[in-house]
Ligand binder design. Structure first.
Ligand code: FE2
Length: 156
């Protein structure tokens, strides 16, 4: 599925949908946090250049922290459940980190850059979370936490 399938524009807000769920509460909560971050960045972009710039700075900071926490969580569960796609999956995470670090190191500012990052995050949600992340979902299904009970080390 892509944004275009619903007649949405690239800059439209993302709405959490059950098709994004990996059926595992801790990880779904972290994914929902990324939905909020993405929408908040789009919102900043709509409110003019100063708001966009402020939202961009905030989102870059949050995305660095998010990548550390969230990818660690996912990769830990994938390792624990011997998910065979772990190495390929990690490469996708590394690509996300590279994009975020390019934003950090490139000193990116302004509404155009903010919109570009927001679109990247949205694409990530639609392609990685609704796509690649679904691959490990069956492996996590037997673990405690599958019903949405966070074990206490992650969450939003
Ligand atoms: Fe992932």
């Amino acid at each position: 599925m892509s944004a275009g399938d619903r007649g949405e524009r690239d800059e439209d807000a993302v709405h959490w949908s059950d098709e994004y769920s990996v059926g595992f509460g801790v990880i779904d909560d972290q994914h929902k946090k990324l939905v909020r971050m993405t929408n908040s960045l789009f919102e900043g972009c709509r409110r003019g250049s100063a708001a966009a710039d402020e939202a961009l700075m905030r989102t870059i900071r949050e995305a660095v922290e998010y990548a550390q926490t969230h990818f660690y969580t996912e990769e830990r569960y994938m390792r624990e459940t011997a998910y065979p796609g772990l190495e390929d999956h990690k490469k996708e995470h590394e690509a996300f980190v590279s994009t975020v670090m390019a934003a950090v190191n490139g000193g990116k500012r302004g509404r155009t850059e903010a919109l570009s990052l927001a679109r990247f995050l949205k694409k990530w949600l639609l392609n990685h979370i609704a796509g690649s992340d679904q691959g490990y979902a069956p492996y996590l299904a037997g673990l405690p936490g599958g019903g949405g009970e966070p074990p206490g080390d992650g969450g939003a």
